[in-house]
Design a protein around this ligand. Structure first.
Ligand code: COD
Ligand code: ZN
Length: 385
């Protein structure tokens, strides 16, 4: 049964781009039909949160409770919710497909039109919000999740059950970074023996590397601006590393990969790196763009290259049924073949989100995970010395 009363919770609110984000007491209404109330254990800070905070994902996306990568424990379910009940451990999924629109019916649920429209408006699947500021102002749900908060109300399709054996501070990474990164590898069709280049080894790029290793790629060239990321990349399976400072990245990657790679992944979100992902391909190779550039940015490609049957494509949120993908990924985690926690550089509190965003801006550290409930997350926040 749904809880009847609204609750007051701590949540990180983006009031307006260009202003630091901060924790506020906000009101969360109970779940309606097809929705669930989840007590949040932990949440990852992703570059897309920074894009929102910096106003790069379009006008009007504020005031908003931030956060789209996280995990917690179901507290209550609304009417008509099947398959989830109080006490279940769940990871959040930020594209709960409607099942009825054309992309959903044609087997492309991550392109769900209902989810895209409502997510851009900061609303849940029925077009409304459960969040209000203390002064009564309506707040948007960040990418339909809003998990930089003690509790969330999400569509039932936005909460995927995970086994309690996976600590929730690690499960928090599943619903964005892991599924986006490993899904992109599946979408590209990386095969045993392929060569791969990954441009951008942050929270998501490191998952692409893990996916390429699991798919059997034998050469995995990691490219990043920082040595720290390249070390992590090697730990996750990269066979070679190229630092992106001032040297000719393309030439270096091509030399390592015997003339070019079968697959390149762009996991930064810039025209320059998209072009690099194209230029490092061998004839017949495929570039998969995961990163999003601000609106209005164009990429120029030499048209002569199409003669060598190269392909460039995008991948959004793993390009697949996220629930199925998460089930498969969970099996990899449980069987010990995919490590989750090693990409986490900082365990922080809700008060530290602005500092974590600043680390993303400066390229420092890897994933920051907000530990919202230490007991549930099975992790302790690092205390500042
Ligand atoms: N060359 C190589 N590496 C670079 C360069 C460069 N020129 N510039 C920056 N980098 C590196 C940084 O050092 C960093 O390690 C990495 O690129 C970026 O990593 P993070 O950790 O800052 O960012 P992520 O991994 O959290 O996010 C990357 C995305 C590309 C997925 C994200 O920014 C994005 O564009 N998301 C939109 C697509 C999407 O699916 N959104 C939905 C929710 S994520
Ligand atoms: Zn994300």
């Amino acid at each position: 049964m749904a809880r009847r009363a609204a609750i007051e919770i701590d949540a990180v609110v983006l009031r307006r781009p260009g202003r630091p984000v901060g924790v506020e007491r906000v009101r969360l209404d109970p779940p309606r039909a097809d929705e669930v109330l989840v007590r949040v254990a932990a949440a990852g800070v992703c570059r897309s949160d920074l894009h929102l905070v910096d106003g790069q994902l379009g006008e009007g996306r504020w005031p908003m409770v931030l956060g789209h990568e996280g995990a917690g424990v179901v507290e209550a379910v609304g009417e008509h919710v099947d398959g989830l009940s109080a006490g279940d451990h769940v990871a959040f999924c930020f594209v709960p497909s409607c099942g009825a629109c054309r992309p959903c019916r044609s087997g492309r649920p991550t392109l769900c039109e209902t989810a895209a429209r409502n997510s851009a408006a900061g609303m849940l699947m029925d077009g409304t919000s459960r969040l209000r500021a203390r002064d009564g102002m309506l707040l948007q749900h960040g990418l339909m999740v809003a998990c930089f908060a003690e509790y969330v109300v999400v569509p039932a399709g936005g909460a995927v059950r995970v086994p309690p054996s996976i600590p929730l501070w690690e499960a928090a990474l599943l619903g964005c970074g892991v599924v986006t990164g490993i899904g992109a590898v599946n979408r590209a069709g990386v095969r045993v023996g392929d060569s791969v280049c990954v441009v951008g080894c942050g929270g998501v790029g490191l998952q692409v590397i893990a996916g390429a290793r699991l798919a059997g790629a034998t050469t995995i060239v990691a490219v990043d601006r920082t040595v720290e990321k390249l070390e992590l990349a090697r730990r996750r399976g990269a066979t070679d590393a190229v630092i992106a400072a001032e040297r000719d990245v393309v030439e270096e990657v091509r030399a390592i990969a015997d003339g070019g790679v079968d697959h390149a992944f762009e996991v930064v979100g810039s025209a320059v790196t998209i072009r690099q992902a194209w230029d490092v391909l061998r004839p017949g190779g495929t570039a998969t763009v995961v990163g999003v550039t601000p609106k209005g940015v164009d990429v120029v490609l030499p048209a002569i290259d199409f003669l060598s049957e190269r392909t460039i494509t995008g991948s959004y949120y793993g390009s697949t049924d996220v629930r199925v993908a998460l089930d498969q990924i969970v099996q990899l985690v449980v069987s010990g073949r995919l490590e989750l926690g090693e990409v986490v550089s900082d365990l922080i509190g809700l008060d530290d989100v602005e500092a974590a965003l600043e680390r993303l801006r400066s390229g420092e550290g890897a994933r920051s995970v907000i530990v919202i409930d230490e007991g549930l997350a099975r992790a302790r926040r690092a205390v500042e010395p």
